[in-house]
Design a protein around this ligand. Structure first.
Ligand SMILES: [Zn+2]
Length: 190
């Protein structure tokens, strides 16, 4: 679960780009999410490092709107350093919330905390009902939840995206294949 108090962002008007070269584009209807690929790969690396324990963190970015409606751009993420992660659950602590606020203010002063992410180390695809309950606290339609699904059988790591309190699924998911310990690099899945 995530105890963070969402910061309310005021989206600015700005016509959305068709694509951003170093970003993965998720969509549902008129909504788009542009997520930095280096951020997604960092989240996957943290999920792998967490081994069989779930990890959790915060997402940093900005919401915008144009004539089609809202869209969001996520530029970075911060892992909760004090979270209580187990095989099937993960909870942030008050110290994590303070840390997130500090990271946002210190490193990303023009951006906001725009959502949360966590991992499913046991290849459980998609949000659980508990995850949906946590996501429902992010009440704005441009607030995002990301889920890192670790498939160690195939060495395939997927970041699924949800938005708003209804946990609307955004597609396509972002996937990479990770080489063995000797090949510490990721290959984007087709
Ligand atoms: Zn979950």
């Amino acid at each position: 679960m995530f105890n963070g108090k969402p910061i309310k962002n005021e989206p600015h008007f700005r016509t959305r780009p068709d694509f951003i070269p170093k970003y993965h584009k998720y969509s549902s209807g008129a909504f788009n999410l542009f997520a930095s690929k280096s951020m997604l790969q960092k989240m996957i690396a943290h999920a792998v490092k967490g081994n069989r324990c779930e990890i959790i963190g915060t997402l940093i970015g900005r919401p915008f709107y144009d004539t089609k409606g809202y869209y969001s751009i996520l530029t970075n993420s911060a892992l909760a350093p004090f979270a209580d992660g187990t095989y099937g659950t993960v909870t942030t602590t008050f110290k994590d919330e303070q840390f997130f606020k500090w990271v946002q203010e210190a490193y990303h002063p023009t951006e906001d905390i725009l959502g949360w992410y966590h991992s499913h180390p046991m290849n459980l695809e998609g949000y659980s009902s508990v995850d949906r309950g946590n996501q429902s606290k992010w009440i704005e339609p441009y607030q995002i939840g990301l889920l890192v699904v670790c498939n160690y059988m195939q060495n395939k790591f997927t970041v699924m995206a949800y938005r708003g309190p209804e946990s609307e699924l955004l597609l396509p998911s972002y996937s990479v294949y990770k080489g063995g310990p000797e090949i510490e690099q990721m290959t984007e899945a087709a």
